[in-house]
Ligand binder design. Structure first.
Ligand code: BDR
Ligand code: CA
Length: 310
């Protein structure tokens, strides 16, 4: 088996971010070097505490966790209370955090880990791209193997009719990262809506008969409830672990090459991702775009990771 891909997971937990942390920590295809946090689903203090609680719950007591940007590059921060609750991770009770917070700002931790790594590191981002945009001129870019981002969509949005939440939260950051020339993969709503947490999926986590399995099932129940209330959808799409899965087990997701841009100025479309799947704009492809998920293989990965940790 080839060596695991070293990754840093930049996130805003968040129910699906929390499951992304578990997949990253429990799958042998990736080596989770650190978790960094960014204001997104909740304010920075809440999402950082949530990351530390999730790491505590999963026994990841040595996982470096550092806090990053408290606000987007230009816009004001807006939490996603209607989807993730006031704590940004409402639902099952979680332990008090016993994982220390790394004293370095997130970008400094990223810079130090890149410097220390002998091989390029993949940045997996599952929140607004603010930290990654800040990192662009403060780290050795040659050590970033790729940025894999859960954000945007080839179709419509969820925060506004045309903008996905992470993209809407900081379009300037997303535009800067896409334009940076660093290999970039977009894992958007068109892909993540294939990762539906059906009752059968939730039952698999309950059947693990572990505290961690029961908490994951509880998160998915909570997330499913808000998706039903807000969107009228029968099952929650479990977005963020899809980005980790693509790195851990590349065969789980099919991608295509396309030109991608992020709208920063539209009156109604700010944060929309323009994904030119049919090359109509005449620009060369600048991104890989996730289009098709092997659903059974994806859920097997997550159940196996939770079993491994639990
Ligand atoms: C994204 O927004 C957040 O609600 C989720 O954590 C995910 O990263 C989906 O649009
Ligand atoms: Ca997220």
């Amino acid at each position: 088996m080839s060596s695991p891909t070293p990754i840093i997971l930049d996130c805003d937990p968040g129910h699906d971010d929390a499951i992304a942390i578990l997949l990253a920590a429990g799958h042998p295809g990736v080596e989770l070097l650190a978790v960094t946090t960014v204001a997104g689903n909740g304010p920075l203090d809440k999402v950082t505490a949530n990351a530390r609680r999730v790491a505590t719950l999963a026994g990841l007591l040595d996982l470096p966790i550092a806090a990053g940007a408290a606000r987007p590059l230009v816009a004001d921060h807006e939490a996603s209370v209607e989807i993730h609750g006031t704590s940004a991770l409402d639902g099952p009770a979680l332990p008090d955090p016993r994982v220390e917070l790394d004293p370095r700002p997130a970008v400094q931790l990223i810079a130090d880990l890149l410097d220390a790594s002998r091989v390029p590191v993949t940045l997996v981002a599952t929140g607004p791209l603010t930290n990654i945009a800040h990192a662009l001129d403060r780290v050795d870019r040659a050590k970033i193997g790729a940025v894999v981002w859960m954000g945007g969509s080839t179709g419509r949005g969820n925060r506004t009719p045309y903008a996905e939440f992470n993209s809407y939260a900081d379009p300037e950051a997303a535009a800067a990262v896409v334009a940076s020339g660093i290999p970039f993969t977009l894992v958007g709503l068109n892909l993540t809506h294939q990762a539906a947490a059906t009752p059968e999926v939730i039952a698999r986590f309950e059947a693990l008969d572990s505290d961690l399995g029961r908490v994951v099932a509880g998160w998915l129940e909570f997330f499913g409830g808000t998706y039903r209330d807000v969107f009228g959808e029968p099952h929650a799409p479990v977005h963020d672990p899809c980005a980790v899965a693509l790195v851990a087990d590349p065969g789980v997701i099919e991608t295509v090459e396309a030109f991608v841009a992020v709208e920063t100025a539209g009156q109604w479309t700010r944060g929309a991702t323009i994904v030119d799947l049919h090359a109509r704009l005449g620009h060369p492809a600048n991104a890989r775009v996730a289009v098709d998920l092997d659903v059974d293989r994806f859920w097997n990965l997550i159940v196996d990771a939770v079993r491994e940790l639990g």
